[in-house]
Ligand binder design. Structure first.
Ligand SMILES: [Zn+2]
Length: 495
């Protein structure tokens, strides 16, 4: 069938997308994240699990289904390089938390409450949210895996949802030097990851608090022995510091296989070590802005030339909305530049970080952080077909499309996610998921919430959700108001 026939081709029905039938996106604004960067009126042909061809007016095989992508932007699927998916069952619960309250809740008070089925429920919901919103690959920073039964539960959920995942195995309730070397954990690895699978990979997830003995050495050695990448929360204000970077560097564990999550409050030497050893930074802007790990680090990664990816961290505060993540990242980076300039009485007249850079972080940046840059991250013939069509013919915000990168970052939203493809499988089409029901997952999550709440008791549950307000700050105001007084009081007084 030629491109000329496309205009008369009828829209496919969802049930027509089958594994052996090719399909083509017609007439999209294609952001390839490869060269050429943008193709206006471009087509992308998918066959099997791969991208077969990219370009204008493609000739396609007989029987190819045609998706009319006109008025839309086709991008690689987004890649989230750090999300604690199991915490999604408590979605929004910690929206008013400071980081210390998160640590107290999970690490000190209630970590042992959570069962494998709670991890399973949270992961299911989070995984569904990923594919629903165009995040085709998600790294599950799963640090609540107290034994391999928890690991099996996490994996079972990720296998049920047709997304691409990396299980970053962790257990914050025990030392990584211990659990990474137990026979049970090694059996879990050989049971589940003995053959390479681009749909489900494994990493180790642990932090280095910087204690003098550096016991994490044995966990890094385990990772090396197993051939696994490591993801670690680094440069978290008050928690993981330059000491950890020094220990890792001196022991030779800083390699391109390490992802430094946040990396938001490190010194110059630490950033130079990350840059020099080929590591990557995962910036979780909404997290850093709200929880206080440090200023979102894209501005500093930029200066040291450190490759950057984007992540959402945890839905106990924030959703998995990658449009929001990109928007926050671009704005925070520019905000930093403005504040620094104003501090020396200067004015920024040209923004350094561009929308294109942020789209790249959200796609190829993530692929690189996972060591998958040859597999996903761009719309390139031969790569796996992980694709997102952003199109909404009824949305005022989707017309006109003049600057495709800026449109993705500052104009589009999750309501404009039209079609999502993972590994060549259409999981969402025309704004509707195909055969992926929310209701049974929501029931499992509701049961998990009910259980956790019953273990905490109503008082602890309520206190956990509503941390005490610090003393009010009221600035002396030399100006006096007459009619405004009541209003000012109402805005700053008791709630
Ligand atoms: Zn995290």
């Amino acid at each position: 069938m030629s491109a000329a026939d496309a205009a008369s081709a009828r829209a496919p029905r969802p049930d027509e997308f089958t594994a052996d039938r090719p399909f083509v996106f017609r007439n999209a604004t294609v952001i390839t994240v490869d060269s050429p960067g943008v193709i206006e009126g471009g087509d992308v042909l998918v066959r099997g699990d791969a991208i077969e061809a990219v370009g204008p007016s493609l000739e396609v095989p007989e029987g190819t289904l045609e998706i009319d992508a006109s008025g839309g932007i086709l991008t690689p699927g987004f890649v989230d390089s750090h999300r604690h998916m199991w915490q999604t069952a408590l979605r929004g619960y910690g929206g008013d938390w400071a980081l210390s309250q998160y640590f107290v809740f999970y690490y000190l008070q209630w970590g042992e409450v959570f069962r494998p089925e709670d991890v399973y429920a949270g992961n299911l919901l989070s995984a569904l949210e990923s594919v629903d919103t165009g995040v085709t690959t998600t790294l599950d920073w799963s640090h609540g895996l107290r034994n391999p039964d928890y690991g099996e539960a996490a994996l079972a959920a990720l296998r049920e949802i047709p997304g691409r995942f990396v299980l970053a195995y962790g257990n914050y309730l025990a030392g990584p030097w211990e659990w990474s070397n137990t026979p049970e954990f090694r059996k879990f690895v050989s049971d589940n990851f003995s053959s390479p699978d681009d749909m489900m990979r494994l990493q180790l997830a642990f932090d280095v608090p910087g204690s003098a003995e550096f016991p994490e050495r044995a966990a890094f050695e385990a990772a090396r022995e197993l051939g696994l990448r490591v993801t670690t929360h680094a440069g978290v204000w008050g928690a993981t510091t330059d000491t950890a970077i020094t220990q890792m560097y001196d022991a030779g564990f800083m390699t391109p296989e390490i992802t430094y999550v946040h990396a938001a409050s490190l010194n110059e030497q630490s950033y130079q070590k990350i840059a020099a050893t080929g590591g990557t930074i995962s910036v979780a802007t909404e997290s850093e802005q709200s929880a206080g790990q440090g200023y979102p680090s894209s501005w500093v990664a930029r200066r040291y030339g450190i490759p950057t990816s984007i992540s959402m961290d945890t839905s106990v505060w924030w959703s998995a909305d990658f449009f929001s993540a990109m928007r926050a990242t671009l704005s925070a980076d520019r905000s930093r530049d403005h504040l620094e300039a104003h501090a020396v009485n200067e004015t920024i007249v040209a923004n350094r970080l561009r929308a294109e850079d942020v789209v790249r972080m959200a796609t190829m940046g993530g692929a690189k952080a996972l060591g998958m840059e040859d597999v996903i991250g761009s719309i390139t013939p031969g790569k796996k077909a992980d694709l997102l069509l952003i199109k909404n013919d009824d949305s005022p915000a989707m017309t006109p499309i003049l600057h495709p990168y800026a449109h993705v970052v500052y104009q589009a939203g999750t309501a404009d996610v039209h079609t999502v493809v993972v590994n060549g499988r259409v999981v969402k089409y025309a704004g509707k998921r195909i055969g992926l029901e929310l209701a049974p997952i929501a029931d499992k999550v509701a049961a998990s919430v009910e259980y956790v709440r019953s273990k905490l008791g109503d008082q602890a549950w309520d206190e956990g959700m509503h941390p005490e307000l610090p003393p009010a700050e009221q600035i002396e105001n030399p100006y006096t108001y007459t009619e405004g007084d009541a209003h000012v009081t109402a805005a700053t007084g008791d709630r």
